[in-house]
Design a protein around this ligand. Structure first.
Ligand code: HEC
Length: 155
């Protein structure tokens, strides 16, 4: 009786695993594809796209008017660019997000915090989270802190 129960349990486990794999479908294909190393050409393109955003974010962070006009954003109405209050960029701590942010009295992501600074000290116009400007600022800020250990939730 006991052995039979064990066989049933085992069969069920195998069936569940098989169903799980079947459900994965194309997903498992992607998982396999991911183990393939990227070609040098692909890596070059990825790097180019990444650095384009970093360069754009650098311009925005330093208050470049042409970049703001191109992206149709107003990051500041006070004449203060991000870099004037965050000169070395080390004090923006992107590696500590998400975390509870006292100023907002809310759990905040890096994008929320960027918008907090645009809205409050800068009195600018908040930038949509999925906009090119937000991606560029995020890319530049992360790039500037590359190598910092991840410390989400830390103050
Ligand atoms: C007038 C000064 C001022 C300007 C300009 C400014 N900020 Fe800030 N920023 C602050 C203050 C004040 C804080 C809160 C400091 C804290 O919580 O330790 C802050 C905090 C931040 C943080 C979170 C740092 C942390 O560790 O919690 C980020 C990210 C940030 N700012 C990004 C930006 C970006 C991007 C811009 C430009 C769009 C900008 N700031 C412009 C004053 C400024």
């Amino acid at each position: 009786m006991k052995t039979r129960k064990r066989i049933v349990t085992l069969t069920l486990a195998v069936l569940t695993a098989a169903a799980g794999l079947a459900l994965l479908g194309p997903g498992s294909q992607w998982a396999a594809a991911h183990t393939e190393p990227h070609t040098a050409e692909e890596l070059k393109i990825f790097r180019q796209v990444f650095m384009e955003y970093v360069v754009l974010g650098d311009k925005l962070f330093h208050g470049d008017p042409a970049a703001q006009e191109e992206l149709d954003v107003t990051l500041s109405e006070t004449g203060m660019a991000c870099a004037m209050c965050h000169p070395s960029n080390v004090d923006v701590h992107p590696n500590e997000f998400p975390k509870y942010q006292e100023q907002m009295q809310e759990f905040a992501t890096l994008r929320d915090m960027i918008n907090w600074c645009i809205e409050n000290p800068n009195q600018g116009i908040t930038v949509p989270h999925d906009s090119r400007a937000m991606r560029a600022l995020e890319a530049y800020i992360y790039w500037s802190s590359r190598g910092s250990p991840l410390a989400p939730g830390v103050h």
